[in-house]
Design a protein around this ligand. Structure first.
Ligand code: FES
Ligand SMILES: [Fe+2]
Length: 337
């Protein structure tokens, strides 16, 4: 099995292929790095196999589960949790089942998310679990969605605060109420982070849950994890973790966790509000990235003018497009946000 060349260099990393919520009693079809997979629960185990029956190449995701085996919808071959063909209907008792095996894709199920890795990599590529998730105090709101756009442009859309007074006008920031921020970009292990030190509370509706947030951090971790942290002097008040998965060329799935440190406001209400706000903002980003992709396609190529505000783009391009270390010097600067 071969990943399409555009994604070859990503195949040693773990990506989320699905959430456990999506997986009921039936197999489901999922794309990852341009390839087609079937995700299925066999007994208590979640398994991922290439989505084609080795017999006549019918998608196994159109099949069903019987006695903890995945059944092909065409001739009913049955595959057990090791991917071994365990039964071929019609064989007489004295015949044994020929040796046929589905490739068993490496899977890890962590906190309701199903991670996969297509080829073995080094330790640095283990699934990423945010530090605050080990702290049960945080309330987490989860949702998932899809972008019609390349992972590099999707990642940039989350890490770039300069679009927020326009795309999310009034919601996250307001153009007319900007204030000075100190911006501190730096390279970290496996990624890049940018710290924004505020001189005033953020404008926009989100300020109703401001809680004295005076420091934001936008972080990118290879191969597609984004953390947006909002710190007060007391603690990490809110944090969003976004896991991006390139499903096929020009398409990106997102698994989104918004976590809140509980305070006076009732948790359920706050979760509901924050969930609503983030979902609304996410749709605005999805629409923008889709518009960007259409324009790039219409013109036949992209053409980007980069300024110091586009501080993470150089790193993202190095990682996604050239797959080589980023070696540019990053400088602090000031900006109105
Ligand atoms: S195609 Fe799957 S059993 Fe024949
Ligand atoms: Fe945005």
């Amino acid at each position: 099995m071969k990943a399409i060349s555009k994604f070859d260099y990503l195949s040693k990393y773990w990506f989320i292929i699905a959430s456990c919520k999506e997986l009921k009693n039936k197999p489901i079809q999922k794309k990852l790095l341009g390839l087609d997979f079937v995700v299925v629960k066999l007994g208590s185990e979640i398994k991922v196999f290439p989505n084609r029956c080795p017999h006549r190449n019918v998608p196994l995701s159109n099949g069903w589960v019987k006695n903890n085996r995945l059944v092909c919808p065409y001739h009913g071959w049955e595959f057990d949790k090791s991917g071994v063909c365990a039964n071929i209907p019609g064989l007489s008792e004295c015949e044994s089942v020929p040796k046929v095996l589905l490739k068993n894709i490496e899977v890890k199920v962590i906190k309701g998310l199903i991670w996969c890795r297509l080829t073995k990599g080094d330790k640095a590529t283990e699934p990423y679990i945010p530090g605050h998730e080990t702290n049960n105090d945080y309330n987490t709101y989860f949702f998932q969605s899809q972008f019609d756009g390349d992972i590099v442009n999707v990642a940039e859309s989350f890490l770039d605060p300069f679009h927020t007074p326009f795309v999310h006008s009034g919601l996250i920031r307001t153009d007319k109420k900007r204030s000075l921020n100190k911006v501190r970009p730096k390279i970290i292990a496996n990624g890049i982070e940018v710290e924004y030190l505020k001189t005033k509370p953020q404008s926009g509706i989100v300020s109703f849950i401001d809680r004295g947030v005076n420091r934001d951090i936008g972080r990118f971790l290879n191969p597609g994890i984004i953390e947006l942290e909002y710190h007060s002097d007391k603690c990490l008040e809110f944090t969003n973790t976004m896991y991006l998965t390139p499903t096929e060329e020009g398409k990106t799935s997102i698994y989104f966790k918004a976590s809140i440190f509980p305070r006076i406001m009732p948790t359920g209400f706050l979760n509901f509000m924050v969930g609503k706000i983030f979902k609304f903002a996410l749709q605005q980003d999805i629409d923008t990235v889709s518009m960007q992709k259409k324009t790039i396609n219409d013109w036949g190529r992209e053409s980007f003018v980069n300024t110091k505000f586009d501080v993470v783009r150089g790193y993202l391009d190095s990682f996604y497009k050239q797959n080589k270390p980023f070696d540019k010097e990053l400088k602090d600067f000031e900006a109105y946000l």
